[in-house]
Design a protein around this ligand. Structure first.
Ligand code: ZN
Ligand code: MN
Length: 488
């Protein structure tokens, strides 16, 4: 954004995280709605039928509490639900049970590592609420555009959400992306949501305004429908440019909700933004306030797993891995756990990190499975790395063994024995092979002698081929040089 130093974006986010509880927030209906028969996971409570009464799901409260603690929020021991009134076809009660004046948690903060160093993003609040149903548009794209009617599926109605609101502390689209990515990592580490943006488990709305050279800010707009990190970044870049253009033309920025069109890569106005008083919030009369005992908070605090930023610090402190490796290893808690297990089984941390990054992630990509589900146990992987470290197997053999382990589930040493893959270190044999290759390739030898050192690679390759990759390439190289320089 170098071209607009005098204008800068001011961004705040509202993120809805779907909790991965088995049942809904106020009834026992299943939350597993993906692929389910429409309206099959419903009951009088989540359909909002008269006379039905909601009952709070304790697990959802525990999960929400974990998120709040992970975000360093102050927990309100006394909290309650409100009705947020608005009519929409996917909201059968014509109100959403949400939280208003006393949310579960407030005043948190997250340290975000940006390219300009650490930066604190303040969390305004984190509250619980229920999800709405889903409108289904019978068009090819599934979008409203061109539909002559719409269907409604209430399977999602009542699924527990935590809404997280940040202060407008984010100062670039890139930072917004990094924040959401960190938040997604957090909920995954906490085991409270799959954080999958494509499935809608994590949904982002972004507020953006422009800070002017005199320090004041314009009206903000809210961009909805951001269902990927890329969309979030692009939409904010677009919206910032649009607002700056309006400012420069002396036009007013209308306070409104805008939609992001992923195909056209632009935002468009939807409706003027509701004011809080439009919702006619009032305390939910069917639910008692929640009093959270101090012990419950302390217990939840104790039960918190290692958080992403703690894991990063640990890898740096304990193993002095580089930033890139740390980034890769901590991306998913499962991968970090895999790495930890490999180290426990005696592998060198640097070697393990670099092999996971290059080889295992490569294989994972190829097989379309995460590393921890590839079928290479941490124990087998550690053994393989150690055999390679001791030079009992060459690099190409070690790589080949990875595939063999997946296929057979046998240990590296078993496979080496069965397939006769142990590294060839026999000097006499390598010497004989070197002589053979030298006499068979006089031209290449001549080139090498003339100073074309790369020609040696070809000769090494010939011996590796001859030994089916079992020779120690370093040794082969040494023997070749010696033999060429001192022919017998
Ligand atoms: Zn239900
Ligand atoms: Mn909400």
């Amino acid at each position: 954004m170098g071209a607009n130093i005098e204008y800068s974006p001011v961004i705040g986010l509202e993120i809805h995280v779907q909790l991965s509880t088995k049942s809904k927030l106020f009834c026992s209906c299943s939350t597993d709605y993906i692929g389910a028969e429409p309206n099959s996971n419903t009951c009088p409570v989540c359909l909002g039928l008269p006379g039905s009464l909601p009952v709070l799901n304790k697990k959802a409260l525990e999960y929400a509490l974990k998120i709040a603690l992970g975000l360093n929020c102050k927990i309100n021991n006394f909290t309650r639900f409100h009705r947020k009134n608005y009519f929409y076809p996917d909201l059968p009660k014509a109100y959403q049970i949400s939280q208003y004046d006393i949310p579960l948690a407030e005043k948190g903060k997250v340290e975000l590592l940006t390219k300009n160093g650490e930066k604190t993003i303040r969390i305004t609040r984190a509250h619980m609420e229920e999800d709405a149903g889903k409108l289904v548009h019978p068009t090819k794209t599934g979008r409203l555009e061109g539909a002559t009617y719409s269907l409604v599926d209430y399977n999602r109605a009542g699924v527990p959400l935590v809404e997280i609101v940040t202060e407008p502390d984010i100062s670039s689209p890139q930072e917004a992306k990094e924040f959401v990515s960190l938040l997604r990592q957090l909920v995954r580490y906490l085991g409270v949501s799959d954080g999958d943006m494509e499935k809608g488990s994590l949904r982002v709305d972004a507020n953006i305004s422009v800070r002017l050279p005199d320090g004041t800010t314009t009206n903000k707009t809210e961009v909805k429908n951001l269902n990927s990190l890329k969309a979030l970044e692009k939409a904010l870049e677009y919206e910032f440019k649009r607002q700056v253009k309006l400012v420069k033309e002396g036009k007013e920025i209308i306070r409104e909700t805008r939609h992001w069109d992923d195909k056209k890569e632009e935002t468009f106005g939807m409706r003027s933004k509701e004011q809080v008083h439009d919702y006619r919030y009032f305390p939910e009369p069917d639910l008692l306030p929640i009093i959270i005992p101090q012990e419950m908070i302390q217990q939840a605090e104790k039960d918190l797993p290692e958080l992403p930023w703690e894991a990063k610090q640990r890898l740096k402190d304990n193993y002095n891995l580089n930033d890139e490796e740390i980034h890769v290893l901590t991306e998913r808690a499962e991968l970090l756990n895999y790495f930890d297990q490999v180290i426990k089984h005696g592998a060198d941390p640097h070697k393990a990190a670099s092999w996971i990054k290059s080889e295992l992630l490569g294989l994972a990509n190829e097989k379309g499975k995460p590393v921890w589900e590839l079928g290479i146990s941490p124990e087998n992987f550690a053994e393989l790395l150690n055999l390679h470290e001791k030079k009992e197997i060459s690099t190409p053999i070690a790589k080949e063994l990875l595939t063999k382990i997946i296929e057979t589930q046998k240990t590296p040493s078993q496979l080496i024995k069965e397939l006769g893959l142990k590294q060839l270190d026999d000097e006499d044999l390598l010497q004989r092979l070197a002589q053979k290759v030298i006499s068979e390739n006089p031209k290449t030898v001549e080139q090498y002698k003339k100073g074309k050192t790369k020609s040696l690679n070809f000769l090494v390759g010939q011996i590796m081929k001859e030994t089916k990759g079992r020779a120690n390439p370093q040794k082969v190289r040494e023997i070749l040089i010696k033999t060429i320089e001192n022919p017998e």
